[in-house]
Design a protein around this ligand. Sequence first.
Ligand code: ADP
Ligand code: ZN
Length: 656
Amino acid sequence: MQADVLFPINAEAFTYLVPPEIEPDIKTGSRVLAPFKRQEKAGIVIGFKNAETSDSKIPLKSIIKPLDNEALISENMLKLIKWAGQYYISTSGLALKNAVPSGLFTGKKIGKPRITYSGDIKITPPPELTTEQSLALSEIKSVSSGVFLLHGVTGSGKTEVYIRAIESLPPDKEAIVLVPEIALTTQIIERLKSRFGNKVAFYHSGLSLGERMAEWWKIRNGEVKIALGVRSAVFAPFRNLGLIIVDEEQEPSYKQFEGFRYNARDVALARTKLEGIKIILGSATPSMESFYNSQNGKFKYLEIKKRIDEKPMPEVEILDMTKEDKKTWFFSDKLLNALKDNIAEGHQSLIMLNRRGYSPFMMCSDCGYTYKCKACSITLTYHKDTKTLNCHYCGSYLIPQDVCPQCKGAKTRYMGVGTQRVEEELQGLLPELSLSRMDRDTTRKKLSHHRIVKAMEDKEIDVLLGTQMVAKGHDFPEVTLSAVISADVTLNLPDFRSSERAFQLFTQLAGRAGRGDVSGRVLIQTYEAGHYVFEYVKGHDYNGFYAKEIGLRKELSYPPFSRLIRIILSFRDKRLAESAAKEIAMKIKKIKKEGVEILGPAPAPIEKIRNHWRWHIILKGRDSKILRQKALNISEAIKDIKDIKIDIDVGPVNLM
Ligand code: ADP
Ligand code: ZN
């Protein structure tokens, strides 16, 4: 007997002999210890072969011993892992590594679950559903499998529908709830706990190894009924899954940007299909792809048009910064006055600027010199708290000098604006204000986002300022004003999805205002007030935006009219990259196109990251199998080019 053993490394399974005396103990999905490159390594048995039918020519090594006496990984999970490895043109081993905590392979002891939240769990009675909520729920309850797109405006009570859908599962069935960011888990976990008590596991990659193992086992052993988490929770090892919920399904953070480049929403869809269960994709602003799928009948469309208690949608004003009066750097008089009034009335406000740090670049006003990262083609962002110039791509930093490195002049200026600078200016203008900042810099420490959310809920904060983190999902009833300092940061990304992202982000932010008893107001500052996105943001008009955007996508045959694969090529040397690009172009010419459009190679918009010069090839096509085959053909044809590094991104969320 021979067994295929999969290790959590970038490779497919390896075949081993199974010594007859341990044969009864070795099962598909169980862990074994096996010799691997002069070491012993733990892996998962994923299948068996008969010695006679085996095609192996080299003598096989033998499995050393079993590590479990039962299957640890379910058959469906193994299928999902294999599917993901193939679909993302990666390997089953890398998929396994992302799907299962590494502690399972290192013999680490299982840690104690972390106590994430203090305070007792108060079970609260459910509210009575609105008509729209009931209708959506009864559709979901009426079937045991299928894909639902739950399109509900912000504040329409989607979370309550999720909770009821979980409650309506048969008693032995389990559910996964995916949210796009850890910062969003605070409120949703409290709501889940208030209804399901301690039947909820909190599963995400921010946990320590031991904690992750502990949660994994709880889920695997069915000690909990619900797993809540970000991306990696899609692999929660339930053995009796009945439902997956993907909240804010359009969020780019469901995509992993490095290594194993999976999209948790798409893996969730695949898992749903494999297990024959149902899935709810929820959003106030569905992705173009999902809405398109609901239009052509692939997904079942459920709509909630009204906010709870028929609260009005907030009024949105676009402030044209070329015309607005302003006495300060970043605040128009209108926005500043609105803030003052809002605070005087005892309400809270949210301010978004989708750029962290103090200023996005420093420039000498004599010679125009700007500080750039030595390893990336990116200007360095000044961070005032650390007094450093940081690269947001590679993490390296410089200490700015008193004189310009180029002309030795003394007139280096901070250019542009980041959240730290807005914080400083606003605090200077309104010293009494209780202001908090939420961005990646203030939420690095464990639980720091939780503290900010709590302080907001307890009304210890008047104004919460931050990056897109503040726009998403939160339910703060006292927020009656939300504002965007500079919409242009979001509008002007060199990417075909930038309008979609901008519409989603501004609509999300608008949705934070006026969720309580007082109606809300939204102010968006921009130097491009004529951009078409604003028309639809103002009118809370998703359908209008979709109709406009889908036309543009069709014209350029971008998703949903095609699927994309992006091949990223990196080189150490700029000139080598250029000559390789020519060679690659020649090789691509020889590949038959048949229904696939191949663009490039061309320099990527961000030309250099971590000392690597980046080029890319974009493949567009309707049939995902053919498309993947072409991507494989290309990478095969170019893999021997000198010093090339090839990365394949299936379903990229941006092309930068
Ligand atoms: P969404 O996720 O759609 O933005 P939420 O689920 O956060 O909206 O709901 C908004 C608010 O309305 C929450 O405070 C929630 O507790 C409350 N809510 C939800 N459903 C009901 C209902 N049927 N009756 C009363 N309040 C509700
Ligand atoms: Zn860098």
